[in-house]
Design a protein around this ligand. Structure first.
Ligand SMILES: [Zn+2]
Length: 191
């Protein structure tokens, strides 16, 4: 990992100027400013555990993990981030894999807070479907007029979801196409 020390180059310059206390203060301020900006994003950092902004995200993730392992899936959750943030108007949540292929789910807090428990699970499972199971949207309805999948692109009635939850979760994993991860991308968790 690169460690930028932008203030280091100033040392000989300040020495030759015989700096006053006031000037040292200014240089200290510059060093702090550069120091904080060079910390930058944590997008590239390797983590051993998912980073979850809310306890509720943690409990929905635990449920997803349980459903995944019950079906024999071994997924890599280490670098997953679930956070609150802003999205385009009309969007409730989104999954971004970015250039580093690290799954980052963003949820709009106002929409989250206004959702029922079933809708919240639906929202997280849908995004994990994109991020971890490589699922795309599946927009059609089944013969009874219900959305055929959690991966339906519109929100659907949380009562329908609750009533047919097992079928929906089965479908989510049955249609999964796990991405082939190139060897150079594979990392040992916790390294
Ligand atoms: Zn989606």
């Amino acid at each position: 990992m690169e460690n930028m020390r932008l203030s280091g180059g100033k040392t000989s310059y300040t020495k030759s100027l015989r700096p006053t206390v006031k000037m040292l203060g200014i240089f200290a301020l510059i060093a702090v400013t550069f120091g904080s900006s060079s910390c930058g994003s944590d997008q590239d950092a390797e983590r051993a555990e998912p980073l979850l902004e809310s306890e509720e995200f943690a409990s929905h993730l635990e449920n997803f993990k349980a459903e995944a392992s019950a079906r024999g899936f071994e997924l890599d959750y280490a670098n997953l981030v679930i956070q609150f943030g802003e999205l385009a108007p009309g969007q409730r949540a989104s999954c971004d894999l970015g250039s580093t292929h690290k799954p980052r789910i963003t949820v709009v807090k106002e929409k989250w807070d206004a959702s029922s428990g079933a809708s919240k699970e639906l929202m997280i499972f849908h995004e994990l479907g994109h991020c971890l199971l490589n699922r795309l949207h599946k927009s059609h309805m089944d013969d009874e007029g219900k959305p055929a999948s959690i991966m339906h692109e519109r929100n659907f009635d949380d009562e329908i979801y609750s009533e047919f939850r097992t079928d929906y979760v089965d479908e989510l994993f049955e249609e999964a196409t796990l991405p082939e991860i190139p060897a150079f991308f594979q990392r040992t968790p916790g390294r």
